[in-house]
Design a protein around this ligand. Structure first.
Ligand code: G3I
Length: 397
């Protein structure tokens, strides 16, 4: 009797599960998950799968595959450069919205969300601003007002069209900087002091009450010593905790995820723990700029498979660590690649000595690499009880 009940219950459970997992077979063909796009596979989890977009490549009629893949494989986009201050306001008081607007229009046409990048950063500032501060013609009070005006103008312009804003980017030093003790670094901290971080979030919230407001940084994938003097993740954690305690409207932490196969790197559990600790503060998380670069040794450049294959495999493993960690935390809302093809990637232009590259999931001819397949596999072969649907984040007042 008991056995029969078990069998019946098992059959009912199997039927329910089957009903839940039934997916439409097109024209009589069975559903093949490996043929789905990254964005569709991520959707099963409520996860947004994104890419940074090089708008010159997007507009290049001779390179249609870039546009096709940007539109079909991803459910969120980030402007790689066009929402940065030097692009938006190259001349004081004159905004150039068109390139960023075009990307937002592309996103709308492809049913994509937009990550806004970036409101406050020490890089890619317009020359009129840095030169004005350097020659003393822009003083501290005016600089603070300029920052406030910039945040207000930009957030207002894109109001209602940005899902997540990177409000403050890379405000914290690294242990390899001088001095080695972690501190607030760069142009804004030097000229306004660390209080600019809280100000920036408040000004952004005032301009768009609905956008999610993120702090974004690299080298915060996992905790280290736990000492904020040398553990950047701990430093950022305490910063976020203090901002929350002061009622600053911060909604999330963006972990960039720029990895390299030449480093020791992380295991999934360590990265998962970091995401969950941030979630414990009531914050959403996101991977915002994922890529995994490798050194382009002579052998790699000569096409030596004994040199290339270990790098492709290590790259796939690292993408996968970040993806599985993201899946493990229901508050990890999006996973954004910093470019999707080696044809258009910031890495070779940036790391030249020694040369590095092959950092993305498609090669220069748009052939998907092992990393692409493994990201798909992670999205396919995951679900309850350890991978649960994403929990939407409500913007904090
Ligand atoms: O647009 C000019 C072009 O007119 C000129 O001919 C060319 C010659 O150098 O430069 C072009 O500008 C370059 C720009 O990218 C657009 O391609 C800049 O030199 C170059 O410095 C700039 O690099 C960007 C970098 O940020 C600058 O800080 C990368 O594309 C962009 O991927 C990178 O993105 C950052 C994130 O915003 C924050 N996190 C780190 C990440 C990687 O560094």
């Amino acid at each position: 009797m008991r056995l029969r009940r078990w069998i019946a219950a098992g059959a009912a459970a199997a039927a329910t599960l089957a009903a839940l997992t039934v997916t439409p077979a097109t024209a009589g063909r069975p559903y093949d998950p490996t043929a789905q796009s990254l964005r569709d596979l991520a959707k099963r989890h409520g996860l947004y799968l994104g890419t940074a977009v090089d708008t010159a490549a997007l507009a290049d009629a001779a390179d249609p595959r870039y546009r096709e893949l940007a539109g079909s494989e991803f459910s969120t986009v980030t402007a790689e450069n066009e929402m940065k201050w030097e692009s938006l306001e190259p001349t004081r008081g004159t905004y150039n919205w068109a390139p960023a607007d075009q990307l937002v229009a592309f996103a709308t046409a492809h049913h994509q969300r937009v990550r806004g990048h970036v409101l406050v950063w020490h890089n890619q500032l317009p020359a009129w601003l840095t030169a004005g501060v350097a020659d003393g013609s822009i003083g501290t009070t005016e600089l603070r007002q300029i920052l406030r005006d910039h945040i207000t103008a930009v957030v207002t312009h894109f109001k209602g069209r940005i899902w997540q804003w990177d409000v403050v980017n890379e405000a914290v030093s690294d242990p390899w900087d001088t001095p080695a003790t972690l501190h607030y670094k760069g142009f804004w901290a030097e000229h306004l002091g660390p209080g600019y971080v809280a100000d920036a979030f408040r000004w952004a919230r005032a301009a768009d009450p609905k956008a999610l407001l993120f702090y974004n940084d690299y080298n915060i994938e996992a905790f280290g010593s736990g000492n904020p003097a040398n553990d950047k993740t701990q430093f950022v954690y305490e910063m976020a905790r203090d901002l929350r305690a002061q009622g600053v409207p911060i909604d999330g932490i963006g972990s960039q995820g720029h990895l390299g196969t030449q480093y020791g790197n992380f295991d999934t559990f360590g990265v998962s723990e970091a995401l969950k600790k941030f979630a414990g503060l009531g914050l959403a998380t996101a991977f915002t700029e994922v890529d995994v670069r490798s050194q382009l040794t002579e052998g790699v450049r000569a096409g030596d498979s004994a040199e290339i294959n270990p790098r492709l495999q290590a790259s796939a493993a690292n993408f996968s660590v970040l993806m599985r960690a993201c899946l493990s935390s229901p508050h990890c809302l999006s996973f954004t690649l910093w470019g999707f093809t080696d044809k258009h990637s910031w890495v070779p232009g940036w790391f030249t000595d020694p040369p590095e590259g092959v950092a993305t999931v498609y090669d220069e001819n748009y052939r998907p690499k092992l990393a692409y397949q493994e990201l798909k596999a992670d999205l396919i072969y995951s679900g309850p009880p350890f991978v649960l649907p994403r929990v939407p984040q409500q913007p904090r007042r």
